[in-house]
Design a protein around this ligand. Structure first.
Ligand code: AMP
Length: 272
């Protein structure tokens, strides 16, 4: 694949890359379509990265639908599908080292609740970028903090790739599409729409001043509905720093992570 992509690059073809963990849905396919529209050659990888799972049972239960994924990518006209083995990505084994200096991105929100997760993300994205050397990397806003982490990786290692963040694709209920939604029961799936509703309500209620009242009642509503909330916060959109007192001007984002049964869901909504 490396040789093939190098040949294309030599011809001046612009290469786009969409890394995924498979169990593809419209959110992934939107990235692939955007990639196809902006580049001359679209590469999509499917690799369930073991080093980014802090919870072993989440890794074991991660859905795998390879046949269906390949059909979707083929129908979408993806140029290259890359399915590396664990050994190809990690020839020296799965030892996770804290190799990337991600600053406080690593200790807040997802970083706080999923220790080691972002080191694992950096390990795999670093390796995949080295293998594909794309001009543009396409990732989803649904994983907002992950996009910030990958931008940091690109900056730290001076990788000549531009990250393009694409909007979150939602089901008609508002639920952000996610491979993990497959693990929800029909009732849970309907209930899961409350996450987006809650974020929208925060957005409509937020006024300059103290944010704690709005957040407290929003988290309580989710808890009452049966969610176990890891975090629900309003943060600066640029640095993901918690905003206790909003000035009404600073670009902000509402971010949430909550369990429904044993499925952990995350979402976010840009407020301004
Ligand atoms: P994953 O397979 O979950 O690792 O996701 C692969 C890529 O798809 C990441 O860049 C995600 O942010 C993106 N993605 C996942 N779900 C969505 C969604 N609902 N809308 C947009 N992008 C998404």
């Amino acid at each position: 694949m490396g040789r093939y992509l190098q040949k294309q690059r030599n011809k001046g073809t612009v290469i786009g890359f969409v890394p995924t963990m498979g169990a593809l849905h419209e959110g992934h396919m939107n990235l692939v379509d955007t990639c196809k529209g902006q580049t001359g050659l679209s590469v999509c990888s499917i690799f369930v990265n073991p080093t980014q799972f802090n919870d072993p049972s989440d890794f074991e239960k991660y859905p795998v639908t390879l046949e269906k994924d390949l059909k979707m990518l083929s129908d979408a006209g993806t140029s290259v599908v890359f399915l590396p083995s664990v050994k190809e990505i990690y020839p020296n084994g799965l030892k996770l080292e804290n190799q990337y200096d991600l600053g406080d991105l690593e200790t807040k929100l997802e970083g706080k609740y999923r220790p080691g997760h972002f080191q694992g993300v950096c390990q795999v994205v670093d390796k995949l970028l080295e293998m594909t050397s794309p001009d543009i990397l396409f990732m989803g806003q649904k994983d907002y903090q992950q996009c910030m982490v990958v931008q940091k990786l690109i900056d730290l290692k001076k990788i000549p790739t531009r990250l393009q963040t694409c909007p979150t694709v939602r089901e008609s209920s508002g639920l952000a599409m996610s491979s993990r939604n497959m693990r929800l029961s029909t009732e849970e799936r309907a209930l899961a729409a409350r996450i987006h509703e809650t974020l929208q309500q925060i957005k409509s209620e937020l006024k300059p001043g103290d944010t704690s009242g709005i957040l407290k009642s929003a988290a309580q509503r989710l808890t009452d509905a049966g969610f176990k909330v890891d975090y629900l916060e309003i943060c600066t959109a640029n640095g993901l720093d918690k905003i206790d007192n909003w000035d009404g001007k600073t670009p902000a984002i509402a971010v949430v992570a909550a369990f429904l049964g044993n499925v952990r869901l995350i979402d976010n909504l840009i407020i301004k």
